[in-house]
Design a protein. Structure first.
Length: 123
C-alpha cells in the first residue's frame, strides 16, 4: 500500500515509479493467490482443473498462483475454472482490479509524461 501511495503522489515519472508500479501489480497477483488458497482450503471443490493438465488431481499453490495471474491479466486460458460462488466472486473481482489498476497507472504515467514530468535517469 505504501508503494502504491508513493506512485500516486509522485510528481515526476522516474525509473523508481515504473519499478514500483510493476511491483504493486505483481504483489496484487500474489495476494490474490493467497485468497484462492484460503477459499480452496475452506471449500476444497472450489476450482476445477482440466484433468489433462492435472495428472495427480491435486490443486497446488502453484496452480492457484498461476490462476491468479491469468485472471489478473484477464488472459483466461480456461484450464482452471472457479466452480463455487466464492471462487467465482474472487475471480471476477481480481479481473476488475487488474484492469482498473492498469487503467489508472497507465493514464497517470502517460499524463505525467505528456506534461513534461519525465526523468529519463535517476540522479
Amino acid at each position: 500500500m505504501i508503494i502504491f501511495s508513493h506512485i500516486l503522489k509522485d510528481k515526476k515519472v522516474t525509473s523508481n515509479t515504473l519499478y514500483g508500479s510493476i511491483c504493486v501489480y505483481l504483489l496484487v497477483g500474489i495476494t490474490w493467490s493467497f485468497f484462492y488458497v484460503l477459499v480452496y482450503t475452506i471449500f476444497p471443490d472450489s476450482f476445477y482443473i482440466n484433468p489433462e493438465n492435472n495428472l495427480d488431481h491435486v490443486v497446488s499453490w502453484n496452480d492457484l498462483t498461476y490462476y491468479s495471474f491469468v485472471t489478473l491479466t484477464t488472459l483466461g486460458y480456461g484450464d482452471i475454472t472457479p466452480v463455487t460462488p466464492h471462487a467465482r466472486s474472487l475471480s471476477y473481482l481480481e479481473a476488475i482490479i487488474g484492469q482498473v489498476y492498469l487503467t489508472i497507472i497507465i493514464a497517470r504515467l502517460v499524463g505525467l509524461y505528456i506534461s513534461g514530468n519525465f526523468i529519463a535517469q535517476e540522479k
